[in-house]
Structure formats: C-alpha cells, structure tokens
Design a protein around this ligand. Structure first.
Ligand SMILES: NC(=O)c1ccc[n+]([C@@H]2O[C@H](COP(=O)([O-])OP(=O)(O)OC[C@H]3O[C@@H](n4cnc5c(N)ncnc54)[C@H](O)[C@@H]3O)[C@@H](O)[C@H]2O)c1
Length: 338
C-alpha cells in the first residue's frame, strides 16, 4: 500500500483543520471521505476540499470498502464506541483526545483494540511538538539528571461570548478536556510512572453557567506518582493575554521549560510602556505543525507497520488520572488510585 485512504468523522472546530491537513499536508494520506451530521459542514468539505464521498451517517462511511482508516474528531462522548465500530469494520483508527469520558469505556475500547486485527491510536498532539520532543530527548540523554517534578498548564484565552459553553457539557469538564494533555505530558516526561494519589480544586471566576454543570473555569491539581515523582497542573478558560500552554520539568541536575512565553511570533515591542510580545490566541496556532506531524506519524506507522509513539494504555492512563481529578473536584477529597 503506498497511501492510506482515510475517512474523517467530525468537521467541527478541529475536524476542519484535520481535513485540510490530511488533504494537503500529509504526503501518504488520501482524504477519501468525510462524515458529519451537519449539512453546512458537509458543504464545506465539498466546496473547499472537493471531497465527493460525503456521508451524514458514520455507519454508512464505515461500510465504504475503499477506506483503510478512519480519523475521529467527533465529540468526546462518542469516541470509545466509534473506535470500536471502526475496528469492527476493519479500519485502522486515529482518535482525538481524550479516549472517553468514563473509565469503563476507555478500558473496553482499549481491550477491543488489543484484540482487533487493525490498529488504534489516540492523539496527544503535544508529544509531536518540536519543543516537547526536544525536552524529551534532553531528559532521555540525562540532561537534567533524574526528573521528579512536572508543572504544566493549559490555559485558554477568555472568550467574552462564552462560546466554549456549547462544548462544556460533552467535554467531561476542565481536567478531562484540558489537563488531560498535561497529564499525558507528565507521564511521558517522568518515565511513565504509575499515579498513586490525586487532589484537585477549582473556581468559577467568569462563567457562572458552569456551576450547574459541576464544572469550573479555573482548576488546579496535584498528582503523586510512584518513586517520589510529582506533577502540578493548572487549567483555565479565562486568560486575558491568550492561549498559554507551558511546562517546567525539574530534575536533580537542572530544569527545562517549554513554551514559557507563548509568543505569537519573534517580534518584540519595546516602547514607553515597556518590552512585550503578542501571544498565540488559541491552541491551534500554538500546535499547528504538531497536528501535521502527528497525522504523518499515524499514517507512516500504519503503512510501514512500525509502532505508534503512544499506546492505547497511555490513553487509558491519562484519562484515568483526569477522571480522578474530576472526582476530587466534585468530592473535595483526595482520590487514591490503585
Ligand atoms: N488536541 C487538542 O488540542 C484538541 C483541541 C480541541 C478539540 N480536541 C478534541 O477534538 C474533538 C472535537 O472537538 P471540536 O472542538 O472540533 O468539537 P466540535 O463540536 O466543533 O466538532 C465536533 C464535530 O463532530 C460532528 N459529529 C457529531 N456527531 C457525529 C457523529 N455521530 N458522526 C460524525 N460526526 C459527528 C459534529 O457535526 C462536528 O462536526 C473533541 O474530542 C476534543 O476533545 C482536541
């Protein structure tokens, strides 16, 4: 097989970016079909990308025998079932994070994938970012001694329209939606230790409708791992300056920082107000090249039959920890993990 024929489900905020990447930027991918229940999204795929196989029903797309693989950029509440259905239909499957909103569903999907004849991967895009890759390699080479602490944050620009509230009910809450990235990073950069105990807290600083959903717009969390390794996380929907994802990794012989100043570009303004720079407005501007690298990785690994950088077990574990953080937020108590 020289190229992978892909059907993409979900053409929303992120799915359209995936569609453009698969159609134009991933050399061995062929975006052969798309699926969305929304007519305007289907029209977008037809008019913008010239896709002719367009489905409004996921099962119908899966029945298309010409497709080798499926990309899922659908609401998180659908991921686990859609992964299983794709594997049952004989398709390889890539799914956006997180794997699911519930732990049992995660485990069920991972067990299903382990038995399937096709391959499944859940995307954690930061692992494919150049700077995070560089940090990982520096740690692997012993550059900061033994890493024992990760601080990582995912904080979004405040949106006065509150548009994100539309996604909130199916997102699983701020820790599952945002901090799951930081959880995955922490596990990766600390050598995949097992989590023992978590604690979280949060507040509604700007968006009162979140209270009725049991969610917050600013959350903090601590995770204790085995072997004395630790992580602290901060997630927010209310930043004034832009999208600010950054991570510090501390070891016995040094510290690495990734993305501390979330600069939009390399311009710096120096004037009577001081010295400053502009900031990326959203996760996509920050991680756009990594989304392409991640898609290439999936396509190449399937075509060349080489391992994925991250496993379904990694996806289950990140989700398990994020779900425990959600439980701790709701109970106000630490949660012990076995
Ligand atoms: N990696 C990241 O940084 C990142 C950032 C944003 C979103 N995400 C993830 O991407 C996923 C999608 O997020 P989004 O912001 O694009 O959401 P969205 O609501 O904008 O898009 C969801 C899409 O799924 C479609 N859809 C709904 N039901 C469907 C079905 N049964 N079959 C096929 N399509 C269906 C909708 O029409 C829409 O096109 C979520 O799981 C989210 O966690 C990841």
């Amino acid at each position: 097989m020289t190229s992978l024929r892909i059907g993409l489900a979900g053409l929303g905020r992120l799915g359209q970016r995936y569609a453009e990447n698969l159609a134009r930027a991933v050399p061995r991918a062929e975006l052969a079909a798309v699926c969305s229940p929304v007519e305007s999204e289907r029209a977008w795929a037809r008019d913008t990308l010239g896709i002719s196989r367009i489905y409004n029903d996921y099962e119908e797309m899966l029945a298309d025998p010409s497709l080798d693989a499926v990309f899922l950029v659908t609401p998180t509440s659908l991921h686990a079932t859609q992964i299983e259905r794709a594997l049952d239909a004989g398709k390889h499957v890539f799914c956006e994070k997180p794997l699911s909103l519930e732990l049992d569903d995660c485990r069920h999907a991972a067990a299903h994938a382990a038995k399937a004849g096709k391959r499944a991967m859940v995307g954690f895009v930061r692992r494919f970012d150049e700077s995070y890759q560089h940090a990982f390699q520096h740690i692997e080479a012993g550059g900061i001694g033994r890493p024992f602490l990760v601080y990582s944050q995912t904080t979004d620009l405040a949106d006065p329209s509150g548009a994100f509230l539309k996604f909130a009910p199916t997102s699983g809450g701020i820790f599952l939606d945002c901090s799951v990235h930081d959880v995955d990073l922490a596990r990766w950069l600390l050598g995949r230790p097992k989590a023992k105990k978590v604690y979280s807290a949060g507040t509604v600083a700007m968006y009162p409708p979140l209270e009725a959903m049991g969610d917050v717009d600013n959350g903090i969390a601590i995770v204790e791992f085995e072997g004395g390794r630790m992580a602290m996380f901060y997630a927010s929907r209310t930043q004034a300056h832009g999208h600010d994802t950054h991570t510090d990794i501390t070891g016995t012989a040094g510290r690495l920082s990734v993305g501390r100043n979330p600069r939009a570009d390399r311009m710096e303004i120096a004037d009577a107000n001081g010295v400053r720079n502009t900031v990326v407005p959203s996760f996509y501007e920050r991680f756009a090249p990594a989304f392409v690298t991640q898609a290439k990785h999936f396509v190449d690994a399937v075509l060349d039959d080489t391992p994925f950088e991250l496993t379904m077990d990694d996806a289950v574990e990140a989700t398990r920890i994020a779900i425990a953080l959600r439980e701790s937020l709701q109970s106000g108590q630490p949660v012990l993990l076995d």
